[in-house]
Design a protein. Sequence first.
Lengths: 421, 421
Amino acid sequence: MAGRKLKIGLLGCGTVGRGLVELLAKKESLIQQRTGVTLGITKILVRDLEKPRRGVDQALLTTDPDRVLNNGCDLVVELVGGIEPARSFIQHSLRRGKHVVTANKALLAQEGFSLLKTAEMRNVRLGFEGSVCGGIPIIRALRNGLVGNDIQSISGILNGTCNYILTRMTDDRMDFDEALAQAQSLGFAEADPSLDVDGHDAAQKLKILAELAFGAELPTDAVDVEGVRDITLDDVQAARELGYTIKHIAVAEVIDGSLMLRVGPMLVPRNHQLAGIRDENNAVVVRGDAVGEMLFSGKGAGSLPSASAVLSDVIDIACHKGGFAIGPTGEAKPCASDYSSSHYLRFAVRDPAAIGPVTTVLEREGLGIQSASASWAKCESGSHHVRVVTHWSPRSVVDRAVAAIATAGHASQQFVVRIAG
Amino acid sequence: MAGRKLKIGLLGCGTVGRGLVELLAKKESLIQQRTGVTLGITKILVRDLEKPRRGVDQALLTTDPDRVLNNGCDLVVELVGGIEPARSFIQHSLRRGKHVVTANKALLAQEGFSLLKTAEMRNVRLGFEGSVCGGIPIIRALRNGLVGNDIQSISGILNGTCNYILTRMTDDRMDFDEALAQAQSLGFAEADPSLDVDGHDAAQKLKILAELAFGAELPTDAVDVEGVRDITLDDVQAARELGYTIKHIAVAEVIDGSLMLRVGPMLVPRNHQLAGIRDENNAVVVRGDAVGEMLFSGKGAGSLPSASAVLSDVIDIACHKGGFAIGPTGEAKPCASDYSSSHYLRFAVRDPAAIGPVTTVLEREGLGIQSASASWAKCESGSHHVRVVTHWSPRSVVDRAVAAIATAGHASQQFVVRIAG
């Protein structure tokens, strides 16, 4: 085992790339001692040679992808991001029999399954621990640790920005805009936050996890996506009064043989394990038929946590030369879009005495109501809110009943959130 | 990758062994599809051939270890438990170039390091995911997922029995004896519960995790051990009033270059991530320099969770023929036994007006006091309790001050617990 060397071609030197260069330098002797492998970077692809990059050897930089890909490296690390040219780089490398490690969640969500198949055919490995939840070894857990389990469900907090915003709204009673601005100033949210706050980032991660866990390729629109923009302080307060916390939750579960994938706000009981995941942290709960329920949590992003995940894949490949892939394990499960649950509904009404007409319409549409209340004080928009907690009902019934409220003209606005339980 | 077969020799067919036989039968096609490997058991060592074992093929059973070990198997799974003959079985197998998977925490805590070295020398693998925290893939996380991290600390709830008892005391106000009896009736505690409730089981697991995480062999008495027998309902209530929950916590951390290993009761803030781990669940928090803090939790024991962990090792070995070991990574760290923290102290006194003399002695011994209170009502033992929360102090100072209280004759009994935070 001693004395093995592995030559890495690195594509991209942004946040995670620089973290990887830093870790490789700092951990060289630790890695040698633990694994007997020496890791070295042959070339680094960048867009701009002149940009200052502290701690990165200028002589390794190139703007020519060929000098990275066809330069005798054993393994390619793709940290360019986005679909093209990342896809071509990865396909080119796999087809030439090179192992690939990537943290590219957009690409994996779009065509991870076909990339995994290419890797399997060429008998090389495709590592992507860094693509979901930063340093949390959830991909490894699904591919290896839980390999003897039929996975029943995956749920979690997959987007640190949404969780940071909801934590500030809950703990510090900031409103959405204020919390978002704070997340941006701390670097937890991008200048254009829509990928995060509208739920698409979490949806990409959920699709990657679900394809691995359920061994089936899923259609690109498989995930029903909702973000956190519509959540108000009034909702946060109402959730608290009901004993819940509002979280942005991604769920993939098998219901009556169909796979259901949803990303959106959810009320979780205050003593639920996901309620305690705060700030920019991520968490994933996996339920397997043999192991039961298992939670993994930690920092879901950041230069060093993500680089640590990329490095773990690199070392795994360096130490195990054999192929290992999770491929399709059977027929693709059909995707469903209906599910049953209790729900929290909020309606904007002109008159707080609208509980009667609102609940009457809901009940006429077949929705069982557990409780209903109205705020006498007007909220910012100048309306009152009627809040309803439903009994266990199919989401389709909830949606139909909510639509009937709009048709009847009882409310100017509505908001529907699932209650975990 | 397709069509590979792996022959398993199984030593022991108790709770975990039967779980493994069950999983191998149920998951045969899932495992083939996911990995291309067919797993088969050649022979099973048992003590008593006549004992009924549902779902186990009688023809595979033998009472002769030779018929398991020297029967052309590729891999030996040791689930006999205890030190001997398990140790001889494992050494014999490793020396003959067979991979070994074991869930034997007593043996690994005693000499895991030397077994790992033997495996490395023979270029075979020793898997022991099942030895710590059942199905939670914490060994895999330390050996692979976090391999590029310097681990700064490991802490957690490693014993399900203690956690079950403390959860009942906290939530249902049962006293220790009642909670233990309930744990026993539910199968969470043995008829002789001392391995669990006196902390030794958690100490064994902590030693295994610490040796892996810090890459250094530790002396057998490295862990300072305390159990949960001395915790009273009065303590649970006092902790609650102070905003804490009492948990049985194992900690391995580096303090000023020395490694400190402790297992014992601890007050954790009610919103701390370990405070929410309930019932028989286990949890491990790992702090690495690159990934930050990460939590893993789930069922820490049981037939199928532990068998799932054993199976993951078997499949890992089946899929990666190369060697991979975490060996010593440098000089052994010295072990320390002192640490600093706030502490909760409880003294049994005859007169509730003993706050003055007690705090006077403590302060004279150099201990800073944050708060002190006394219960006017007598507790069961007929004494009053004086409760003290100290400022941040070295444990050695706390112990000296507590000893001085006993010497001065102010209290008939005392109890010291560390406060997390």
